[in-house]
Design a binder for this molecule. Structure first.
Ligand SMILES: Nc1ncnc2c1ncn2[C@@H]1O[C@H](COP(=O)(O)OP(=O)(O)OP(=O)(O)O)[C@@H](O)[C@H]1O
Length: 268
């Protein structure tokens, strides 16, 4: 492996290992359904989990699975072959009719990403049950979390991003994001010389995909020119929440709130 590629992969592994440690993402005897889209992020997720498995102090099982939304043109055979050859793991393919459901239910002109993601999540939970997996691993990375943080503030009026680990609404599956500390640029650097072939779901709206998210990416890139550490600083902010200096009345009164002398820089 080229030196720079190897460096990128070891940096990714270090950050993923830190997230796994910080949030106890993997536990003894976990059976992990690894959600593989064929895109760069989930390929990286699978690679990292396979590599870490070799030296992890605990035993866990990996089961890669891909949801075919049914838009056509998905090359199952190539993906299955890549996963088997490179990782010696069987790829579970979840064939769905999501494309038809989307065509029937989507209002003309609206983007289908969020709807598609919800359908996909349901299919992944179903497969996890069928295959006896208690954990679902997703390939979201640091930049996905930061873009979500901005989107939620700008469009939904809420202060939230993406968690490293949460219990699914069904109460049965832990959803984990081992790449949550990993910058997208590192993934790009590694994937381009990893030898892995990426492919997409062939969604007809792919060109329009999530323009708001793209705008957040551009905004962060612009900010980065003046504040080089802006992305890491935002990530640190997510790990350093100060509820006393927010306005959520559900958190009021915070235990130490009454009678405290205000010292925060932002509170005037
Ligand atoms: N068709 C699919 N089958 C299984 N898992 C999927 C599929 N599409 C997305 N996922 C999972 O959801 C995560 C986030 O999906 P999203 O559509 O935001 O993809 P992305 O950020 O482009 O990631 P990737 O590069 O892995 O496609 C992916 O990293 C992957 O773990």
């Amino acid at each position: 492996m080229h030196n720079k590629t190897a460096q990128a992969l070891s940096a990714i592994q270090r950050l993923a290992g830190k997230a796994i440690g910080d949030f106890a993402l993997l536990r003894p005897d976990d059976r992990v359904l690894v959600a593989l889209s064929g895109g760069k992020d989930s390929w990286t997720l699978l690679e990292v989990l396979v590599q870490l498995q070799k030296k992890a102090p605990i035993c866990y099982q990996l089961q890669p699975a891909i949801v075919d939304p049914g838009f056509g043109g998905f090359d199952h055979a190539a993906l299955r072959q890549s996963v088997e050859q490179r990782y010696n793991l069987p790829l579970h393919i979840i064939a769905t009719e999501h494309a038809n459901v989307i065509r029937e239910h989507l209002r003309p002109g609206s983007a289908c990403c969020a709807f598609c993601a919800r359908l996909r999540r349901g299919a992944l939970y179903g497969a996890a049950d069928t295959l006896g997996c208690n954990v679902l691993a997703l390939g979201h990375h640091r930049d996905d979390a930061l873009e979500t943080l901005l989107l939620n503030q700008f469009y939904s009026g809420s202060l939230s991003a993406m968690s490293a680990s949460l219990l699914a609404d069904n109460g049965r599956h832990r959803v984990i994001r081992p790449l949550i500390y990993v910058p997208e640029a590192l993934i790009q650097r590694w994937i381009s010389s990893s030898g892995l072939v990426t492919q997409s779901c062939n969604c007809p709206q792919e060109a329009l995909i999530d323009q708001k998210r793209q705008a957040m990416k551009t905004l962060l890139d612009q900010l980065e020119q003046d504040i080089p550490q802006v992305r890491n600083s935002l990530l640190n902010a997510l790990a350093n929440v100060q509820p006393r200096h927010l306005l959520d009345r559900k958190l009021w009164p915070a235990p130490s709130q009454t009678g405290d002398i205000e010292t925060a820089t932002g509170a005037q």
